[in-house]
Design a binder for this molecule. Structure first.
Ligand code: KG4
Ligand code: ZN
Length: 340
């Protein structure tokens, strides 16, 4: 107890999950819209909203059935309130509000990036506060000092493209389908490191901010040298090495600054195997404990929303307020939960 339903509709995944305080994650279901958007080379917001409307009710029924519970067994409903595509967010918010109102349950708005940030709590062992977090997704590249729930200090962020965006844009240049990150990673596995040398942006000066747009330009300039499949694989490998080195260097620097002995990595790019391997090796050398969610909980999902909703609910019922969604919402503006 308590048992919390989570609904995620911030972008191109419709997802539902049930998290129980005693038994952990009871069920999670996800419908990806990748096929719907693939031919446009990116997410079409209006199509995303319409598909969420079509998918969410059946997915919800399936999730509750898999969890073996009914609406009457729930103690709260968590939904992703932002950041994200506003039309898409509104679908999950309206469905969540409907269930909460009909069953007299608290409605818990969840920050999507707080969902990512707390996703390692779904695993066993779970990390203990305080820790330093690297959040790497399609829209965000953040280094955060985490002292507890809602106690987040921004240490560094991308000044331009998010790292997932850099993966996706580079993949597009290589002619790979959307979303390019996982496709690029697969291509890079066949490539040789060192054939294409790309910069490790902003690692030659102090600070914890990132910049990935120059890397994209470097890839564009190098593209004519990638004449065949072997060349394209080498280029993908060079890009992935540059990005993962950059992230690893900045994580080490952030840990030195915070003094934390624990690092967590989450968000879609956290599924990248080379990044995971590099961080694991470096953290081992430094004696740092490293935590990742499993790959399917790195990319968007509702398990992280149900879990973050449960943590917020446990720490104090959120004040009743008007239903809200917001496309922009800096993580560092979140407050710790009220006590009691
Ligand atoms: O967290 P997420 O699912 O959605 C957002 O909140 O943005 O992250 C999606 C991003 C995309 O840019 C995708 O290409 C990237 O994560 N991604 C990867 C991998 N899997 C997903 N990038 C590199 N390697 C991967 N294995
Ligand atoms: Zn996300």
């Amino acid at each position: 107890m308590p048992t919390i339903l989570g609904i995620e509709t911030s972008c191109d995944e419709t997802a539902c999950a049930v998290y129980d305080g005693d038994r952990g994650l009871l069920a999670h279901r996800l419908h990806s819209q990748v096929d719907l958007h693939a031919r446009y080379g990116g997410v079409v917001p209006e199509l995303a909203s319409r598909d969420h409307v079509a998918r969410v009710a059946p997915l919800l029924r399936e999730t509750l059935a898999a969890a073996g519970i009914g609406f009457g067994d729930l103690d709260g409903v968590a939904y992703t309130a932002g950041p994200g595509l506003i039309g898409a967010l509104m679908v999950g918010a309206a469905v969540g509000a409907g269930i909460a109102t009909a069953h007299g349950l608290p409605l818990i708005p969840v920050h999507h990036m707080e969902g990512h940030l707390l996703a390692p709590m779904l695993e066993s062992p779970a990390p203990q506060f305080p820790f330093t977090a690297l959040l790497v997704s399609g829209g965000h590249t953040l280094l955060i000092a985490v002292e507890g729930v809602g106690r987040y200090t921004l240490l560094g962020e991308s000044l331009d493209d998010a790292v997932g965006e850099a993966f996706d844009k580079t993949a597009k240049l290589l002619g790979l389908p959307y979303p390019g990150g996982p496709h690029l990673a697969r291509l890079a596995e066949r490539g040789q490191p060192g054939v294409f040398k790309f910069p490790r942006p902003m690692t030659d000066r102090p600070g914890l901010d990132f910049s990935f747009s120059g890397l994209k330009t470097a890839v564009l300039v190098a593209m004519p040298r990638a004449r065949d499949d072997v060349g394209r694989a080498d280029l993908a490998r060079g890009f992935e090495e540059a990005v993962t080195d950059t992230l690893t260097i900045k994580c080490e620097r952030a840990l030195a600054q915070t003094g934390h002995r624990t690092l967590i990595v989450a968000g879609g790019v956290g599924a990248n195997l080379r990044l995971r391997a590099k961080l694991r090796a470096r953290c081992e050398q430094l004696g740092i404990s490293l935590f990742f969610p499993r790959a399917e909980f790195c990319t968007d999902n509702a398990a992280m929303i149900a879990c973050a909703g449960w943590i917020r609910h446990r720490e104090g019922r959120p004040p009743d307020g008007p239903l809200f969604t917001t496309p922009r919402w800096p993580l560092s503006t979140l407050a710790p939960p009220p006590q009691g």
